[in-house]
Ligand binder design. Structure first.
Ligand SMILES: [Zn+2]
Ligand SMILES: [Zn+2]
Length: 169
Protein backbone atom coordinates (compact mmCIF):
# COMPACT_ATOMS: atom_id res chain seq x y z
CA UNK A 1 0.00 0.00 0.00
CA UNK A 2 2.76 2.40 0.96
CA UNK A 3 4.69 1.61 -2.12
CA UNK A 4 1.80 1.66 -4.54
CA UNK A 5 0.68 5.24 -3.75
CA UNK A 6 3.85 7.07 -4.90
CA UNK A 7 4.10 4.75 -7.89
CA UNK A 8 0.58 5.63 -8.94
CA UNK A 9 1.30 9.26 -8.24
CA UNK A 10 4.46 9.34 -10.33
CA UNK A 11 2.67 7.37 -13.02
CA UNK A 12 -0.04 10.01 -13.05
CA UNK A 13 2.51 12.79 -13.46
CA UNK A 14 4.22 10.91 -16.23
CA UNK A 15 0.89 10.43 -17.96
CA UNK A 16 0.09 14.09 -17.49
CA UNK A 17 3.47 15.16 -18.84
CA UNK A 18 3.13 12.69 -21.68
CA UNK A 19 -0.24 14.19 -22.61
CA UNK A 20 1.20 17.68 -22.44
CA UNK A 21 4.08 16.62 -24.58
CA UNK A 22 1.74 15.03 -27.12
CA UNK A 23 -0.41 18.15 -27.26
CA UNK A 24 2.66 20.36 -27.65
CA UNK A 25 4.14 18.18 -30.36
CA UNK A 26 0.82 18.14 -32.18
CA UNK A 27 0.71 21.95 -32.06
CA UNK A 28 4.33 22.13 -33.24
CA UNK A 29 3.59 19.68 -36.04
CA UNK A 30 0.58 21.78 -37.01
CA UNK A 31 2.79 24.87 -37.12
CA UNK A 32 5.34 23.12 -39.29
CA UNK A 33 2.62 21.94 -41.64
CA UNK A 34 1.31 25.49 -41.97
CA UNK A 35 4.86 26.74 -42.62
CA UNK A 36 5.41 24.03 -45.28
CA UNK A 37 2.13 25.02 -46.94
CA UNK A 38 3.23 28.65 -46.96
CA UNK A 39 6.57 27.72 -48.49
CA UNK A 40 4.86 25.52 -51.10
CA UNK A 41 2.45 28.34 -51.94
CA UNK A 42 5.34 30.75 -52.35
CA UNK A 43 7.24 28.26 -54.53
CA UNK A 44 4.20 27.60 -56.74
CA UNK A 45 3.51 31.34 -57.13
CA UNK A 46 7.16 31.94 -57.95
CA UNK A 47 7.13 29.02 -60.42
CA UNK A 48 4.00 30.43 -62.15
CA UNK A 49 5.62 33.85 -62.54
CA UNK A 50 8.90 32.25 -63.63
CA UNK A 51 7.27 29.96 -66.21
CA UNK A 52 5.17 32.76 -67.70
CA UNK A 53 8.24 35.01 -67.98
CA UNK A 54 10.36 32.18 -69.43
CA UNK A 55 7.73 31.24 -72.02
CA UNK A 56 7.68 34.82 -73.28
CA UNK A 57 11.49 34.93 -73.38
CA UNK A 58 12.01 31.39 -74.57
CA UNK A 59 15.20 30.77 -76.46
CA UNK A 60 16.60 27.71 -78.15
CA UNK A 61 20.21 26.75 -77.97
CA UNK A 62 22.77 26.26 -80.71
CA UNK A 63 25.41 23.62 -80.18
CA UNK A 64 28.55 22.78 -82.02
CA UNK A 65 28.99 19.01 -82.10
CA UNK A 66 32.22 17.37 -83.22
CA UNK A 67 33.89 14.00 -83.33
CA UNK A 68 37.08 13.54 -81.34
CA UNK A 69 38.34 10.63 -83.46
CA UNK A 70 41.59 11.52 -85.20
CA UNK A 71 41.07 12.04 -88.94
CA UNK A 72 37.24 11.71 -88.73
CA UNK A 73 36.48 15.39 -89.02
CA UNK A 74 32.74 15.16 -88.39
CA UNK A 75 31.32 18.45 -87.21
CA UNK A 76 27.80 19.84 -87.12
CA UNK A 77 25.97 22.82 -85.68
CA UNK A 78 22.57 21.89 -84.30
CA UNK A 79 19.65 23.85 -82.90
CA UNK A 80 17.70 22.41 -80.00
CA UNK A 81 14.67 23.78 -78.20
CA UNK A 82 11.81 26.14 -78.93
CA UNK A 83 12.11 29.76 -80.02
CA UNK A 84 9.84 32.61 -79.01
CA UNK A 85 7.24 31.97 -81.72
CA UNK A 86 7.87 28.39 -82.65
CA UNK A 87 8.70 24.96 -81.36
CA UNK A 88 10.83 22.37 -83.09
CA UNK A 89 12.26 18.91 -82.86
CA UNK A 90 15.31 17.55 -84.57
CA UNK A 91 17.57 14.61 -85.13
CA UNK A 92 20.22 13.28 -87.42
CA UNK A 93 19.12 11.90 -90.79
CA UNK A 94 21.45 9.18 -92.04
CA UNK A 95 20.25 9.51 -95.62
CA UNK A 96 20.72 13.28 -95.78
CA UNK A 97 23.85 13.07 -93.63
CA UNK A 98 22.90 16.11 -91.64
CA UNK A 99 20.93 17.38 -88.68
CA UNK A 100 17.32 17.96 -89.70
CA UNK A 101 14.54 19.65 -87.80
CA UNK A 102 10.79 20.12 -88.04
CA UNK A 103 9.35 23.39 -86.74
CA UNK A 104 5.84 24.50 -85.96
CA UNK A 105 4.46 27.84 -84.85
CA UNK A 106 3.11 28.53 -81.35
CA UNK A 107 0.84 31.26 -82.64
CA UNK A 108 -0.56 30.21 -86.01
CA UNK A 109 -2.14 27.16 -84.44
CA UNK A 110 -0.14 24.66 -86.49
CA UNK A 111 0.00 21.35 -84.75
CA UNK A 112 3.18 19.54 -83.78
CA UNK A 113 4.19 16.75 -86.18
CA UNK A 114 2.83 13.28 -85.53
CA UNK A 115 5.57 10.72 -84.95
CA UNK A 116 5.81 7.78 -87.34
CA UNK A 117 6.49 5.58 -84.32
CA UNK A 118 7.15 5.67 -80.60
CA UNK A 119 9.18 2.98 -78.94
CA UNK A 120 10.97 2.19 -75.73
CA UNK A 121 14.70 2.09 -76.25
CA UNK A 122 16.28 -0.68 -74.13
CA UNK A 123 19.78 0.79 -74.59
CA UNK A 124 18.84 4.01 -72.82
CA UNK A 125 15.63 3.08 -71.01
CA UNK A 126 13.91 6.07 -72.61
CA UNK A 127 10.87 6.50 -74.80
CA UNK A 128 11.94 7.52 -78.31
CA UNK A 129 10.02 9.07 -81.17
CA UNK A 130 10.64 8.62 -84.88
CA UNK A 131 9.65 11.30 -87.40
CA UNK A 132 9.77 11.63 -91.14
CA UNK A 133 12.73 13.64 -92.43
CA UNK A 134 11.54 16.93 -94.00
CA UNK A 135 14.07 16.48 -96.84
CA UNK A 136 14.02 12.79 -97.81
CA UNK A 137 10.97 11.53 -95.82
CA UNK A 138 12.98 8.64 -94.37
CA UNK A 139 12.62 8.13 -90.62
CA UNK A 140 14.92 9.79 -88.09
CA UNK A 141 14.98 9.53 -84.31
CA UNK A 142 14.17 12.72 -82.43
CA UNK A 143 17.01 13.90 -80.18
CA UNK A 144 15.52 16.24 -77.56
CA UNK A 145 18.79 17.05 -75.73
CA UNK A 146 22.29 17.38 -77.15
CA UNK A 147 23.70 14.89 -74.62
CA UNK A 148 21.75 12.14 -76.40
CA UNK A 149 23.63 12.78 -79.65
CA UNK A 150 26.65 10.67 -78.67
CA UNK A 151 27.57 8.45 -81.59
CA UNK A 152 29.41 9.92 -84.54
CA UNK A 153 27.35 9.40 -87.72
CA UNK A 154 30.55 9.30 -89.78
CA UNK A 155 32.88 6.90 -87.92
CA UNK A 156 30.28 5.29 -85.62
CA UNK A 157 32.23 5.78 -82.41
CA UNK A 158 30.73 7.00 -79.15
CA UNK A 159 32.98 9.99 -78.86
CA UNK A 160 30.97 13.04 -79.91
CA UNK A 161 31.59 16.19 -77.93
CA UNK A 162 29.39 19.26 -77.81
CA UNK A 163 29.62 22.86 -76.72
CA UNK A 164 27.06 25.63 -76.60
CA UNK A 165 27.52 27.94 -79.56
CA UNK A 166 24.74 30.47 -79.01
CA UNK A 167 21.04 31.12 -78.57
CA UNK A 168 18.14 31.95 -80.86
CA UNK A 169 14.62 33.16 -80.25
ZN1 LIG B 1 16.70 12.97 -94.71
ZN1 LIG C 1 33.69 10.34 -86.04
Amino acid sequence: MLDSTPRNHSGGIAQHCGLNFMMTSRLVTGGVVIKIWRVLLCISLFAMVYISSVSSLMAGELFKVWCTEKDCGFTETIAIGPGMNFNQLGGYCRKCNKWVSIGWSWKSGTKPPVPLAKFWDPTTGKQREVYSCPNCTLPFVSVPVVQEFRYCPKCGKQILKSAQAGFYD
